[in-house]
Design a protein around this ligand. Structure first.
Ligand code: TPP
Length: 587
């Protein structure tokens, strides 16, 4: 039977078919749907959203050492968070297959950077698999788990956005029998204290050689001989683009690129006149080919930055043939006439808006973080000054404070981000006698990645009710004495609490709590209207940055279809021109 599946759904199917019994992860585009799809098999597979990627990695590692097949999922930057256990699990190895499914985001569609996860595979000296399409995504899960078990190594399945999110037909198979967990005690194998760790270190090098030989024989890598004038080494998704743009060329299709399949690379290079390497992001295979003494072209012709596409590869071909690269481009898609620009903004009724509105009244530095509230950086809110990575909204505030920044520093993190990596920062603020004000904008969900549960929501990925971690209690347990909770829709009260905490000498924690209305799918109140006769166009309501409030030179209006009825605009209107009721004055 075949089914049309996205790359992420196909990976989930591969996880199911391969008899995996433990699947963990932390949301992050473009990886999130893998675990969501796995959770449909919750009778067979235990799955969880872990508080962060390091936890997800370690939980899966524990399951794998007990003998189960286990996987964890994350986006590329998540592997930075999980890098510590990754590096040493490589030494320890695994009993049941262990695969980290890591989704890269070339082009930074929804990420703060564009790192290439294959570097981590080389860094940790473990195999990395890279599917070209949904069918292969499913198959490689099974292969990666098998290789992981046979070679006693963790493995990485790296996808990029196009594979994760494009759909293709996938042949479905049966689920293999799952192994029962039964941990066998053996400290020299599982405890990398130096005397044993040094032995593991030797094993890792020896394993690399065997893996490279296997990679040369593996069905994941194959040579397709065609015209021998040009041979293209195509890695992962690049294979699909290469076949379309260079249909006549011989191709070495690599879906298992590290440890490098040297024998296969040499055989291919020896069989063609000229070698071109096409890989998304960095020149990992290209650099290695050069180190083998194989002359080749690659990033000089193929873009290093952003996603590859057939269009971009056509430009490469044009350059190789000495034609104008413009000539290689497809005719541009005609632009729809007069489409208005849509700057990114917080949704109508977003509770985060209340906090940014309150902060707008104060001359403070705001260290922000990653989540929907990152949008506070844009006009008209303009209330975020820095963003680094998850958790840094707390810690960078403390750093600025300790550096002697004369203004008060306010750190903002979301609820999911707080549980992910904000808690240790808060502990630092309290322990090291900081004075910053930390705000947790708690909308009761991980909104930015599509409303996943987390330790504060009271629900698990398996759909069970569970304990709700209290941000306020955690703050107090960290040693923060000033802890306040506000309703961000109450602008006056929010501004009052912000002022009191910002002016305090000691560090404080403010929890701004209101559920994301997109998640609860509920209106917050009746839509508001602007009484044109009373409105003097002072712009106070426009400064909220609500997409439902539309203005031009002549008037300010509220779009009834967009208005969520949160009432913030009514509170900022000094002339009571914004009201509940029929749209008097609005046509
Ligand atoms: C290390 C890492 N993991 C995952 C992500 C993807 N990601 C971006 S923001 C975010 C959390 C957003 O949730 P929350 O902090 O509750 O804020 P909200 O979007 O709900 O306002 C996640 C998981 C990331 N950017 N970095």
């Amino acid at each position: 039977m075949t089914e049309l599946l996205s790359g992420n759904e196909a990976i989930a199917r591969g996880i199911y078919e391969a008899g995996v019994t433990v699947a963990t992860g932390y949301p992050g585009t473009p990886s999130t749907e893998i675990l969501e799809a796995v959770s449909r098999h919750k009778d067979e597979i235990y799955c969880e959203w872990s508080p962060n990627e390091k936890v997800a990695f370690e939980v899966a590692a524990g399951a794998a050492l007990a003998g189960a097949r286990a996987i964890c999922t994350m986006k590329h930057v998540g592997l930075n968070v999980a890098a510590d256990p990754l590096m040493t699990l490589s030494y320890i190895g695994t009993v049941g297959g262990f695969v980290a499914c890591v989704a890269d985001d070339p082009g930074q569609h929804s990420s703060q950077n564009e790192q290439d996860t294959r570097h981590y595979a080389r860094f940790a000296k473990i195999p990395v698999f890279e599917p070209a399409d949904s069918q292969e995504a499913k198959e490689l899960v099974g292969l990666a788990l098998e290789i992981s078990e046979r070679f006693d190594t963790p493995a990485i399945l790296r996808t990029t956005t196009r594979v994760s999110h494009s759909r293709g037909l996938v042949e479905l198979g049966e689920r293999q029998g799952a192994r029962a967990a039964a941990f066998e005690r053996n400290p020299p194998r599982y405890v990398p204290i130096p005397i044993w760790g040094r032995k593991m270190r030797v094993k890792v090098e020896e394993r690399l050689g065997r893996l490279a030989e296997e990679a040369s024989r593996s069905p994941a890598n194959r040579i397709e001989w065609r015209d021998r004038n040009l041979g293209i080494v195509a890695v992962g998704i690049a294979y699909s683009f290469v076949r379309e743009v260079f249909p006549e060329a011989s191709v070495l299709k690599l879906s298992w690129c590290y440890p490098f399949p040297d024998a296969l690379l040499k055989e291919f290079a020896a069989g063609v006149e000229r070698v071109l390497v096409v890989e998304e992001l960095d020149d990992i295979v290209e650099e290695h080919l050069r180190s083998l003494g194989v002359p080749c072209q690659g990033k000089g012709l193929v873009p290093r930055i952003g996603e590859l596409s057939t269009d971009r590869l056509r430009e490469t071909r044009a350059k190789m043939e000495g034609r104008d690269p413009e000539a290689g481009r497809m005719p541009p898609v005609p632009e729809a006439a007069d489409l208005p620009a849509r700057p990114p903004v917080l949704c109508p009724g977003c509770p985060h808006r209340g906090v940014f509105h309150g902060l707008g009244k104060r001359d403070v530095v705001v260290t922000g973080d990653i989540g929907c509230y990152s949008l506070g950086v844009f006009p008209p809110l303009n209330r975020t000054d820095t963003i680094l990575c998850m958790g840094a909204g707390v810690t960078m505030a403390h750093g600025m404070d300790k550096a002697g920044e004369p203004r008060k520093v306010v750190g903002i993190v979301g609820d999911s981000t707080f549980f992910h990596s904000g808690i240790t920062g808060l502990l630092d603020v309290a322990y090291n006698r900081g004075s910053s004000t930390i705000i947790v904008v708690d909308n009761r969900t991980t909104a930015m990645t599509g409303h996943q549960d987390h330790p504060g929501t009271g629900r698990t990925l398996m759909g069970e009710a569970t304990v709700e971690a209290s941000i306020e209690d955690i703050g107090r347990a960290c040693g923060i004495r000033r802890v306040a909770t506000v309703d961000p829709y109450d602008l006056k009260e929010t501004a009052r609490v912000l002022a009191a905490e910002i002016d305090a000498e000691e560090p404080s924690l403010i929890v701004s709590r209101a559920p994301c209305p997109l998640h609860t799918r509920s209106r917050l109140g009746p839509p508001r209207f602007i009484d044109r006769d009373a409105c003097v166009q002072c712009g106070n309501c426009v400064k909220l940055g609500c997409p439902a409030i539309e203005s031009d030179d002549e008037s300010v209006r509220i779009n009834e279809l967009l208005c969520s009825g949160c009432g913030m605009c009514e509170q900022v209107c000094k002339l009571d021109a914004i009201q509940v009721g029929e749209g008097a004055g609005d046509e």
